[in-house]
Structure formats: C-alpha cells, structure tokens
Design a protein around this ligand. Structure first.
Ligand code: GDP
Ligand code: MG
Length: 177
C-alpha cells in the first residue's frame, strides 16, 4: 500500500518536434501545469491504475533549452529522472539517431543505476512519410537494452500502453531490490 505513494519522475527526452508535449498532454487532463518558467519544463502528475494497483507518475516534459544543459549540472534532465521515455519521430531519421545518442549519454551519466527506459517511435500514423521502420526501432531497443513501442500522440494510439508499460517497468525494478 505504502509503496504506491512514492512519486516516480518520468522524464521525456528527444529532439524538438517529435511529439513529447503531445504525448504528455494526453495525461495532463484538466490539472494546472506546474510550470517552472526558468527551467522550461512542465511537470504533470498522473495516477494510473495498472493491474489493479495505483501508481502516480510525475511526467516531466523537457523543452528545448532544457535539453541543452550539460549532463554535469545537477538539474540536467539526465539526472533528475527515475525513468525515461526517449522519443523519436518515425518520420525523422535524424531524431532516431538523436535517440541513440540520448541513450548513450544516459547510460554514461547514470552508469550504476538500472533505470527503466522506453524507446518510443512516435507519429506512427504518418505512414507515407515514414523514414524509420518498426524493425529498426525494435533492433535499436535490443542493442540499447530497453523497451520499445510505436505510438501516435495524435490518434492516441498506444499512448496508454506506453505509460502502463512504464509503470510495470518501475514495479519490476522495485520488486528486484
Ligand atoms: P515536442 O517538441 O517534442 O514537444 O513536440 P510537440 O508535442 O510539440 O509536437 C510537434 C508537432 O508534431 C506538433 O505539430 C504536433 O501536432 C505533431 N505531432 C505530435 N505527435 C504526433 C503524432 O503522433 N502524429 C502526428 N501526425 N503529428 C504529431
Ligand atoms: Mg515540447
């Protein structure tokens, strides 16, 4: 029971324009955003019921200037998360490459920790402008030892599954310790 009161910070990372804010907004509901102006980051609290148990996530949507912060600084998004959602757009190969780099940086910054990470190929609805195949996304996740899912924030496809998957990943780690 008590464990469900713990807040888990889930940080969204990825190139500008890949759909991080759209993904986060699905869980914003009507709550007021706790926007910290200086950090250009928005934090949403959302409680999900997964497998009959409630877990509250603090979803941190990073903005553009945020992402530029050096990994060394203690308020770098690379340091503040308990879990990460690394997003790329399936219509933008450069964002896929950035996702790999983010994964590498994250591994370097948080070496000793076994943090849950989900790689997300967003904009799966844009079939005709796809540049990254599902297979490539999946293979990348295997190499980087993380989970993988394709989503469409616009069609709200797999978005619930993404956040439920994150909750399950967090619980697995909790049980492992
Ligand atoms: P961010 O910079 O990563 O936060 O990206 P945004 O959430 O602001 O989205 C950037 C643009 O991509 C916006 O115009 C969105 O409407 C669009 N977008 C986001 N997700 C999707 C998606 O799943 N499908 C499509 N077609 N467009 C999307
Ligand atoms: Mg944004």
């Amino acid at each position: 029971e008590g464990a469900s009161n713990i807040l888990f910070k889930v940080v969204l990372l990825g190139d500008p324009g890949v759909g991080k804010s759209c993904l986060a907004a699905i869980f914003r509901e009507d709550q007021e955003k706790e926007s910290s102006e200086h950090q250009q980051q928005e934090v949403y609290e959302c409680t999900l019921t997964v497998d009959g148990e409630d877990t509250t996530l603090l979803v941190v949507d990073t903005g553009e200037s945020e992402a530029q912060k050096p990994n060394g600084s203690c308020d770098s998004p690379m340091r503040l998360g308990n879990a990460y959602i690394i997003v790329y757009s399936v219509t933008d190969r450069a964002s896929f490459e950035s996702a790999s780099e983010l994964r590498i940086q994250l591994r370097r910054t948080r070496q000793a920790e076994n943090i849950p990470i989900i790689l997300v190929g967003n904009k799966a609805d844009l079939v005709r402008s796809r540049e990254v195949s599902v297979e490539e996304g999946r293979a990348c996740a295997v190499v980087f030892d993380c989970k993988f899912i394709e989503t469409s924030a616009v069609l709200q496809l797999n978005v619930q599954e993404l956040f439920e998957g994150m909750v399950r990943q967090i619980r697995l780690r909790r049980e492992g310790t």
